[in-house]
Design a protein around this ligand. Structure first.
Ligand SMILES: [Zn+2]
Length: 208
């Protein structure tokens, strides 16, 4: 059996890219490579609703127990899961447009609607405060819509927050991955993939 490239990991039987974005929303966008329009990706790691749920567990957005229950729900309602999966891929493409193209007004509207739908489904729930009285947290119902809704809310946080201006695009050939670069010192999505390829090319050019 051949070893996986160092930027990939086998998780519960699914090959997934290791997180490099320094933000789960960007790592969600990095679950495919080479976003040249909406055509087929050079690499696509979200191959099913189940793979999407397993990815959520891998990056810490869902607990192991939630991953297990959602995969069970998807087996009971495969059509619903397929529909949620299609919506997830659409949302990923729209959000990528928004982050990389200042003219992506139509995609922005689609992202905004997804955020509003997720916002309407969340509930403020009481949690005991450490000191006095009660605090609260936002909860989403644990159904097949949970992973996408949770990402839509996180995306809204990224778009409206201070991190938005630190999103960078990897210049590697056919890469297209995004990452946060708050100190302006990072060039590549990862040194072991795009950074290394560029080094090898530069070396080849020097010795030619
Ligand atoms: Zn790259």
């Amino acid at each position: 059996m051949s070893a996986l490239p160092s930027h990939l990991e086998l998780v519960q039987g699914v090959v997934l890219p290791k997180p490099v974005g320094a933000d789960p929303v960007l790592d969600f966008l990095n679950t495919r490579s080479d976003f040249a329009g909406r055509g087929p990706a050079r690499s696509e790691w979200l191959t099913s609703y189940e793979a999407f749920v397993i990815w959520n567990g891998y990056v810490g957005l869902l607990s192991d127990a939630s991953v297990f229950r959602l995969i069970e729900q998807a087996a009971v309602k495969p059509k619903d899961a397929a529909h949620r999966f299609d919506a997830t891929l659409e949302f990923r493409a729209d959000l990528y447009d928004v982050l990389t193209d200042a003219g992506a007004g139509g995609s922005f509207d689609a992202v905004a609607r997804a955020v509003e739908r997720a916002t309407a489904r969340r509930r403020l729930t009481a949690v005991p405060a450490v000191g006095l009285g009660l605090g609260a947290g936002w909860d989403l119902p644990e159904d097949l819509g949970l992973p996408l809704d949770q990402l839509a809310l996180l995306a809204a946080g990224l778009l409206t927050g201070a991190s938005r201006d630190h999103v960078r695009l990897c210049p590697g050939d056919a890469c297209g991955w995004l990452f946060l670069d708050p100190r302006g010192r990072r060039r590549w999505c990862s040194m072991s993939t795009c950074g290394n390829r560029s080094k090898v090319r530069a070396h080849a050019a020097r010795t030619r």
